[in-house]
Design a protein around this ligand. Structure first.
Ligand code: FAD
Length: 457
């Protein structure tokens, strides 16, 4: 006889784990099925190991600056030590996530699952079929690899975390945050790094000052940028990979990484058998309560293609559990999501870009550019940029964009007053903290420039 659950969750990543824990804490008989490792992309091969690698890579910049403060530095870097210590921390987190599920009574099955109907799920390895009052699909996404000759010689972010040795050089294809973060990681660790991108500037969709500031920062760190070009093919050449570009140029690299986007994990999940529809982009179609076109099946996180970020997946998982198991319907507000690019220089953004805001009405733009204080004793030329965008009339803060040290930490705190509809006057009333970079945000006097009827004046 098959077992029956109130909730069967497929995927123990950010969204699935939160939903399962919350549902079980409301008394739902819950099982979660994971085919790889508990914790999902963020913990195992995303945010967490990436941030650890970012910390590792930033020491080289710090060593440069340290000398201007009188330190003599003779440092060597050991890649296997970093990978081993990262693995230890990931294993600790995986155990903590597992314990967090077990405590409220969630059963964990380590296997692959497929949906076999609106209320049933099959465990692939054992063939067991579970009956479910509700199914939650939280299967995340995977890296897209271009369909080109020799693509199997390249790596994605998945493999980048566990390379046996550091390559002498790397070519990274892509222009999004994963491409630039890994470029600064590898460059910071001493790898000759090149980014190749089909567009003409990195980080499409970000504020133009952030994009150009980042571009300058990457180049200062020796990262080579090749625009309006793609990788046409790869071929093994001794220990190196010979890369042919779309313009016919051929060059060898120690490694090639594809950071050319991610796609939702929907293939082979059996969604069609249950009537779950997809969007044009191939993600699971959901309403504001994360309910799919099949009423008993919900979906959260990257597989829904809304905003592919851990805190968003967590919030969607939590609100799903509130809605379905606590009789408290809650819809996630996706309109104000702070986000960071942990490159060097770092970027933190929340709200509208200047161009977006200007299409909504008259705006004032406040911009500060300066050398971060930590660099002032050295010859480092990096500039920090802080930008605040406000409505012209009411002064409501519409966007904030920061490039430079500490940008991510700052933007999380700016997101709070913005979520409370803060105005420029609220920022003005706030006393500055000196000396800090963030004090610029509360000491802006006149706008640096304005937009009136969509035109910059
Ligand atoms: P996931 O965390 O991907 O979990 C899905 C799980 O489902 C996986 O464990 C998978 O093995 C499992 N699964 C899939 N199919 C099946 C099946 N059929 N049966 C059983 N199990 C299955 N976000 C941030 O907010 N900040 C960052 O700094 C950040 N950095 C990132 C860096 C990288 C390199 C990457 C790749 C992502 C990063 N992200 C970051 C994004 C973040 O990791 C995701 O948004 C988040 O993990 C999505 O959570 P999820 O629950 O939707 O899916």
């Amino acid at each position: 006889m098959s077992r029956t659950f109130d909730l069967v969750v497929i995927g123990a990543g950010s969204g699935g784990v939160r939903a399962a824990r919350m549902a079980a804490s409301y008394g739902a008989k819950t099982v979660i099925i994971e085919e790889y490792r508990v914790g999902g992309t963020c913990v195992i091969r995303g945010c967490v190991p990436k941030k650890l690698f970012v910390y590792a890579s930033r020491f080289s910049d710090l060593f440069d600056v340290a000398q201007s403060f009188g330190w003599q530095v003779d440092a060597r870097f050991d890649w296997p030590t970093l990978v081993a210590n990262k693995d230890k921390e990931i294993a600790r987190l995986e155990a903590a996530y597992t314990a967090g599920l077990e405590k409220p009574g969630v059963e964990i099955i380590h296997d692959r699952a497929v949906v076999t109907g609106p209320n049933s799920v099959r465990i692939v390895g054992t063939g067991e079929v579970l009956e479910a009052k509700h199914i939650l699909i939280a299967t995340g996404g995977h890296p897209k690899i271009p369909n080109i000759p020799g693509a199997e010689l390249g790596i994605s972010s998945n493999e980048a975390f566990d390379l046996k040795t550091l390559p002498h050089s790397i070519l990274i294809e892509g222009g999004g945050y994963i491409a630039v973060e890994f470029a600064t990681i590898f460059a910071g660790l001493g790898v000759h790094t090149t980014i190749i991108y089909r567009g003409d500037c990195l980080l499409r969709g970000f504020d133009e000052d952030m994009r150009h500031g980042l571009e300058a920062g990457l180049q200062t760190r020796g990262i080579k940028l090749i625009y309006q070009t793609t990788i046409a093919s790869l071929k093994q050449q001794g220990a190196d990979i010979s890369v042919t570009f779309s313009d016919g140029v051929v060059a060898p690299f120690g490694a090639v990484m594809f950071a050319t986007g991610r796609a939702p994990n929907v293939r082979g999940l059996g969604l069609e058998t249950a009537g779950v529809e997809l969007t044009h982009a191939g993600a699971i179609k959901v309403d504001k309560y994360s309910q799919t076109t099949t009423p008993s099946i919900y979906a959260v996180g990257d597989v829904t293609g809304r905003a592919a970020l851990t805190p968003v997946a967590i919030r969607e998982g939590w609100y799903f559990a509130e809605t379905v198991f606590n009789n408290n319907p809650l819809a996630v507000d996706h309109s104000l999501i702070p986000t960071a690019v942990f490159a060097e220089p770092e970027i933190g953004v929340v709200g509208l870009t200047e161009i977006e805001a200007a299409t909504h009405g008259n705006i004032d733009v406040y911009v500060a550019r300066f050398r971060p204080m930590i660099n002032t004793l050295s010859t480092k030329s990096d500039r920090m940029i802080l930008k605040l965008i406000t409505e012209a009339d009411e002064g409501k803060v519409l966007g904030c964009h920061i490039l430079g040290p500490g940008a991510a930490e700052m933007i999380q705190l700016v997101a709070l007053p913005m979520a409370m509809n803060a105005t420029k006057k609220d920022f003005d009333r706030t006393i500055a903290l000196h000396p800090s970079a963030a004090e610029e945000l509360v000491t802006f006097k006149a706008p640096t420039y304005r937009y009136r009827n969509g035109v910059k004046v």
